[in-house]
Design a protein around this ligand. Structure first.
Ligand code: DNO
Length: 393
């Protein structure tokens, strides 16, 4: 696996030099300042690439080239945005960058209700509490018809949850959910958020699935012509939010997505933490079913309970069987190597990490402090080395 680390650009509190010392060779990055929907100019790509190269690292993966909301809804200027997307694919390829991660989550990208959940060892973790989310939807956003998405018991529990919150907690919850977590590209005020949700109207899961496939049918030929591997990131969390469907959450969703546009350039970012939140997702099976088109790995683990709450566990703990996942990835690499595929080595980044040690006193992007991710990378590296050695004995 190509050991990688995400870097949010020159303003990131974790500098490239730290990534180098973590032992990663590949940087996962994006031009966050470019507006969603606009073409990424070659000059801007080159400038960013140069900064990374100067640190002795290589920009190997773009995470993400965001998809404009108009494309998801197929309204407004979606045709122009698709054309711009194609140009960005070609521009990145012209600079030698061939792996592009993106997602198709409506309105919000990844979502957590709590960004600093205290862990027993004194570190903090990202967490998602179902009652907090329902309370937010019902009593803070006050979404129209939200009541019909919940049972009366769920509404009652959410109401009790809301009633015991103070103003500061409500403000923090609001900020966590709609202000935009790092990489989300878009954050909203309450008014904007309400508008964005309302814009989805009665759009069904089938509609959104169709829009994704139409988008891919339009851009994948450009990816093929330029040797670019597109890899969609699963929904995080993997279920609908605010009554709007999500379409990259389950094994069945992947089947629709890849049978709709079978090209291998239509690939997947295998994010163990996102898929792993659902007990009905069999991660090993899903990996095996699509191993051929997995172009990027996000390795992290989550600990869920039966009610739908989860927090981010240490990388080798929680519900994800990291041994099985690393083994699956190395097995796939071996298979590709034997086939002579030039993309046999799959970029992997330790996804998120606890806020711990000195980082507890620093302001870093939630989930993206240096030391927590360093721990994750080091653990996965050791695991990979042991598995690799066992292959040859
Ligand atoms: C969160 C990330 C996501 C991811 C996008 C991919 O930590 O995994 O923001 O970058 O969903 O498009």
């Amino acid at each position: 696996m190509k050991e990688s680390f995400r870097w949010y650009g020159p303003k990131d509190a974790v500098p490239l030099s730290a990534i180098r010392q973590a032992g990663a060779t590949t940087v996962v990055s994006a031009l966050h300042y470019i507006e969603n929907g606009a073409e990424w100019p070659v000059n801007d790509i080159k400038k960013h690439q140069e900064i990374i190269r100067k640190s002795g690292l290589e920009w190997g993966v773009v995470e993400s080239v965001p998809i404009h909301e108009d494309i998801k809804q197929r309204t407004g200027n979606f045709e122009l945005y698709i054309e711009n997307y194609k140009k960005t694919i070609a521009n990145l390829a012209a600079c030698g960058i061939y792996t592009i991660c993106y997602n198709f989550m409506p309105v919000l990208d990844w979502t957590r209700t709590h960004l600093y959940k205290p862990m027993p060892d004194g570190s903090t973790a990202l967490a998602y509490e179902i009652d907090a989310m329902r309370a937010f939807d019902l009593f803070v956003v006050k979404r129209k018809n939200a009541n019909s998405d919940y049972t009366s018991d769920q509404i009652e529990t959410a109401k009790r949850y809301f009633e015991q919150m103070n103003e500061k907690e409500i403000a923090e919850l609001t900020e966590s959910v709609i202000a935009g977590l790092p990489g989300a590209e878009e954050g909203y005020t309450m008014e904007q958020f309400n508008k964005r949700i309302a814009a989805y109207g009665a759009l069904t899961k089938e509609d959104l699935q169709k829009h994704l496939i139409q988008f891919l049918a339009a851009i994948i030929p450009t990816a093929e012509n330029n040797g670019v591997r597109m890899c969609i990131h699963p929904d995080d969390p993997p279920h609908s939010l605010f009554g709007i469907p999500r379409v990259v959450s389950t094994a069945a969703d992947l089947k629709v997505l890849f049978s709709g546009v079978p090209s291998r350039n239509n690939g997947l970012t295998f994010c163990t933490g996102s898929f792993g939140v659902r007990a009905d997702n069999n991660l090993e099976q899903m990996f095996m079913d699509h191993s051929d088109r997995i172009h990027f790995l996000h390795f992290r683990s989550t600990q869920r309970d039966e009610r739908g709450n989860f927090y981010e566990a240490n990388h080798l703990e929680g519900d994800v069987d990291m041994y099985a996942m690393v083994k699956a990835a190395l097995t796939e690499e071996k298979r590709r190597k034997a086939e002579g595929r030039s993309d046999w080595e799959i970029p992997m980044r330790p996804d998120h990490g606890h806020q711990m040690l000195d980082d507890l006193n620093k302001v870093t992007n939630p989930g993206y402090s240096a030391i927590g991710r360093l721990r994750g990378l080091a653990e996965i590296r050791g695991l990979a080395l042991a598995i690799q050695r066992s292959f040859s004995t």
